[in-house]
Design a protein around this ligand. Structure first.
Ligand code: IYR
Length: 222
């Protein structure tokens, strides 16, 4: 087993007043993020999506396995296939009684239903796959660690990068998601984690009037 070499890491130390100002500004930027379901068809450069994925892929991961694949879809035919398959599943959920009552009630304030036209409207869909396991250089199976945690962090960075560019997204989990493996022809070791439609918000975009928990409800200092 060869150890990785170590290299110096000396990020500049930011003086305290500037540190606090940055903390506040970044909070305000992120507090302005909203999950969007009403998108504009306006084009978004592919490079912006690529930069966001590169950013997401800087996420820490168990044993530095980076157990993720971001599939980028801009082709209308594939977007249509995804919409059709997602809506079929969601019809079973919403209209076919697969959503349990408590879940249906929890979703009511969000106003969601089985219609997912945004999947065809957006310029881009990114589907994030988690690698349940990986492969050694000789092709033998290799375990991954903390896959959900790692991919969840990468997903968070992705959403943050998009918001920072003024782009909107939705962390969508059409349920069940197995159809994505087939439609996108992903290998057996990959499992869909989330589907993210990406674009500018529609000019008439509305979002639920939600409030976020105040700090004292999400933080305990001991
Ligand atoms: N997957 C369904 C239902 C849904 C579930 C949760 I949890 C949400 O926060 C929102 C929707 C749908 O996409 O409509």
């Amino acid at each position: 087993m060869t150890e990785p070499p170590f290299i110096p890491y000396r990020p500049p130390r930011i003086p305290e007043p500037e540190l606090l100002e940055r903390a506040q500004l970044f909070y305000e930027l992120m507090d302005g993020r909203r999950t969007v379901r009403m998108f504009s068809p306006d084009p978004v450069p592919r490079e912006a999506i690529e930069r966001a994925i590169a950013t997401a892929s800087t996420a820490p991961s168990g044993a530095h396995r980076q157990p993720w694949t971001f599939v980028v879809i801009g082709e209308a035919g594939v977007k249509r296939q995804i919409r059709e398959a997602a809506e079929e599943e969601e019809r079973t959920n919403y209209e076919g009684g697969r959503l349990p009552d408590d879940w249906r009630e929890a979703l009511e304030p969000l106003g969601t239903d089985s219609h997912k036209e945004f999947l065809e409207i957006v310029p881009w869909i990114v589907v994030l796959f988690e690698h349940r396991y990986g492969f050694d250089s000789d092709g033998t199976r290799r375990k991954n660690y903390y896959v959900k945690e790692s991919v969840g962090i990468a997903c968070g960075l992705f959403i943050t990068a998009l918001h920072q560019m003024g782009l909107a997204t939705l962390t969508h989990t059409p349920s069940p998601m197995a159809f994505l493996t087939k439609v996108l022809r992903r290998p057996e070791n990959e499992r869909p984690f989330a589907l993210l439609p990406i674009g500018y918000p529609a000019p008439d975009c509305e979002v639920p009037d939600l409030t976020r928990k105040p700090l004292d409800q999400v933080m305990v200092a001991i």
